[in-house]
Each structure stands twice: as structure tokens, then as C-alpha cells.
Design a protein around this ligand. Structure first.
Ligand code: DC
Length: 224
């Protein structure tokens, strides 16, 4: 019998659409490497703020980016970004300051291209570490990073439901405003990739979202 295929699963969705929780569970269930690319944009934003650079000054951003070295630390199923060998702290990347600045930095083509090769390279990293695939979540995964992924999902939910989810996590986050900025930027705008499987999770519990996706992944694994 052939070995099971190496699966690339792309999950795109707006802020608090449930994509991180979904991706995390799928990673454990199917032994996939999990890449939360929103955390990479957040880490880069926190680093640039720390260096005193503003998103309104792309020249300064570009200059700082040439100096940055990215690495990966795999913790369980999670591929965490390291900048200059330093692991990024969760508290630093979920701060209100980063919440409000991240979409502005993420709109800059220089920031996006700084992360592009890194994100694609995680497929190889997953193979090297013996994972059965990669589940990557973000805003442009199915459209730009892995347009030929084995599966591309798009998760969405009403803004009110998403604000409530963030509040339950103890966070104040202007989800609709971030979605507006992320969707209207010129570089790799946040969009439902053409041909992606769209799931509305407004009234769907997380477990049901995971089950729907799991059934599709399982049938692909069994068909090979
Ligand atoms: O998933 P998140 O809410 O933590 O993402 C934070 C921000 O990062 C989001 O507002 C836009 C940006 N982002 C992006 O532009 N492209 C991605 N692939 C992932 C995140």
C-alpha cells in the first residue's frame, strides 16, 4: 500500500472566525504541523514597534526588515516564529497596541514579502520533522501562499459573534475594523479564495466545524 499523502490544508478567515482553534485540533488529530500566520504578522509588528518604526514609514520598515533573521521553534504541533533566535512571547503579540497596528504593517508589500518564503518553507520543515502535512491559517493562504493546497477552507461568522468570542478570551479587538483594513489593502487582500470551501460558523459549534473538515481530510487519506 502507498504511504498516505502529505497534506497541505489552508484555512483562511477573519479575526476570531475560529480558524486557530480549528487548525490546532486538526493538527493534533491528523499529526499536521500547525502554522498560525497571524501570529507571525503580530510578532513582526511587535518587533517593528519595539524598534520604533511606524507603518506610515515604509522606507524605515524596509531598512529594519533587512536586518531580521527568522527561525522556527516546533513546540508540539505548533511552528512558532523566532526572530533572531528569540521565541516570541504570546503576551507581547496579543497586546492592544499590536491589535491596532498589525493590519497597517500587514498591508505593506515589504512586510508580506519578508514572510512569504518563510511561510512556504514550513511545508519542507513539516516533512523533515515527520509530520503528515501542514495546516496553515491566515488571510491569504489559499489565495497566495498555497493556492494549490490539497484543501482550502474559508471560515466566516457574523462580526457580533466574533466580538463575543474575543471578549470571552478576555480581549478587546475591533474585528470588523481589522477585517475592513485587511480586505481593502492592495497587497494580497483578505478574501475567500476562488474555489475554497466556505463554512459559516456563526451558529455552528467549533466541534461541528472540525468534524466537517475532518470528514473531508479522512476521506482523502483513505482514498489514496
Ligand atoms: O489571525 P490574526 O487575527 O491573529 O491576524 C492578525 C493580523 O495579521 C490580521 O489582522 C491581518 C494579518 N494577517 C495577514 O495579513 N495575513 C495573514 N496570512 C495572516 C494575518
Amino acid at each position: 500500500m502507498n504511504p498516505p499523502p502529505f497534506l497541505i490544508v489552508a484555512i483562511d478567515g477573519g479575526a476570531a472566525s475560529g480558524k486557530s482553534s480549528t487548525a490546532r485540533i486538526l493538527a493534533e488529530r491528523f499529526h499536521l504541523l500547525h502554522a498560525d500566520t497571524g501570529s507571525y504578522y503580530r510578532a513582526l509588528t511587535a518587533e517593528l514597534i519595539h524598534r520604533g518604526v511606524k507603518a506610515t514609514n515604509p522606507g524605515a520598515v524596509r531598512a529594519e526588515l533587512t536586518d531580521l533573521k527568522f527561525g522556527t521553534q516546533i513546540v508540539g504541533h505548533s511552528a512558532d516564529l523566532k526572530i533572531h533566535d528569540d521565541k516570541v512571547r504570546e503576551a507581547d503579540i496579543r497586546s492592544p497596541e499590536v491589535n491596532s497596528a498589525v493590519s497597517h504593517f500587514a498591508a505593506l508589500p515589504e512586510v508580506r514579502s519578508a514572510l512569504l518564503a518563510y511561510q512556504r518553507g514550513l511545508a519542507e520543515e513539516a516533512r523533515r520533522h515527520g509530520f503528515r502535512g501542514l495546516v496553515m491559517e491566515g488571510r491569504d493562504i489559499g489565495s497566495v501562499i498555497f493556492p494549490k493546497a490539497d484543501f482550502r477552507f474559508f471560515l466566516h461568522a457574523d462580526p457580533d459573534a466574533r466580538v463575543r468570542r474575543r471578549a470571552l478570551e478576555g480581549q478587546a479587538d475591533a474585528v470588523a475594523e481589522r477585517d475592513r483594513l485587511d480586505s481593502s489593502r492592495a497587497a494580497s487582500p483578505f478574501t475567500c479564495p476562488v474555489g475554497a470551501i466556505s463554512i459559516d460558523s456563526t451558529h455552528l459549534p467549533l466541534t461541528e466545524v472540525v468534524e466537517r473538515i475532518s470528514r473531508l481530510l479522512t476521506s482523502r487519506l483513505l482514498s489514496k
